[in-house]
Design a protein. Structure first.
Length: 291
């Protein structure tokens, strides 16, 4: 047997001890993961993790609720503004309304050469969306309307889109005239009375610079039918200077006092506020059936 001295044995033992001694835990990154996992898996770590999750969910729920309420409030405000802009403040029956039976008289309506625009019967509808109007082809231009029934006419209403919804109001109608159509002659003395009433009105408006005396020289619209008698019911100006886009005008007092009933009328658009074309949105006729 070979002899091993004490020095050699001690040297070999120290080498074995060096191999078997483990390194410190900090030298292994895996221990950090194990430690973190152990912390989360512990009861205290789980409670902390769940508390953060609940806080996040509560924050998101609150944010969603506040956003929903803010959107609802904004939508309500927008609806109120649209209602204010489009509400009907007239409160009178419209005998020219297409839904109730009003119709366009083609032979008494100025015709366009192009079919790219809205038909004239849009002026008998309630829709006042921007651009949904009849472009009057000429100046002056006119539109003939058959009413839903024969009525003693008391007033007319001209609707235009709200100025807040368009870039310009220059294409709004300015000077207008309405004729009532009858196929029988008026009672004796009616024409001079109406003529005197109209002259009195025109004189006042001429002094204001709105109309001139040439209006009195015309006894029928630009386009007329043979055999018809045309009674001037009123001349008026639609103003773009005020806040009201829906404006109502009364008939001549002499015509109203005679209680003349009509089932057809002609609206003449004599001018606008400076645009190339006139945009007519809606024309209404008010009154009462004859008794």
């Amino acid at each position: 047997m070979a002899h091993i001295d004490n020095q050699s044995f001690n040297s070999a033992s120290s080498k074995v001890d060096a191999i078997d001694e483990p390194e410190a835990l900090d030298d292994y990154p895996e221990t950090e993961i194990l430690t973190a996992t152990a912390d989360t898996a512990s009861p205290a770590g789980a409670v902390c993790h769940h508390s953060k999750l609940i806080a996040y969910l509560l924050f998101m729920a609150t944010f969603y609720l506040i956003s929903t309420l803010a959107l609802a409030a904004w939508n309500y405000s927008l609806q109120q503004q649209l209602f204010h802009l489009t509400r009907d403040t007239v409160g009178r029956q419209d005998f020219a309304l297409r839904y109730n039976g009003g119709k366009i008289i083609g032979e008494l309506t100025t015709q366009r050469n192009s079919h790219r625009h809205n038909e004239p019967d849009v002026v008998l509808d309630e829709d006042l969306r921007p651009g949904r109007c009849w472009l009057v082809p000429t100046s002056p231009g006119q539109i003939g309307v058959t009413l839903s029934e024969k009525v003693v006419i008391s007033a007319f209403t001209i609707d235009h889109v709200q100025k807040e919804l368009v870039s310009s109001m220059q294409n709004a109608p300015c000077k207008l005239r309405v004729w009532g159509i009858t196929r029988s002659q008026l009672p004796t003395g009616a024409i001079p009375l109406i003529d005197r009433d109209l002259r009195r009105y025109i004189q006042v408006e001429t002094e204001r610079g709105i109309f001139n005396q040439s209006v009195l020289d015309e006894h029928a619209p630009q386009v007329s039918r043979a055999g018809d008698f045309y009674v001037p019911l009123g001349v008026f100006e639609y103003s773009i200077l005020g806040s009201q886009s829906i404006q109502t005008f009364g008939v001549l007092p002499s015509v109203l006092s005679m209680k003349l009933a009509f089932d057809e009328v002609v609206l003449e658009v004599l001018s606008n506020w400076g645009a190339k074309d006139t945009c007519l949105y809606r024309f209404r006729v008010h009154g009462n059936p004859p008794r």
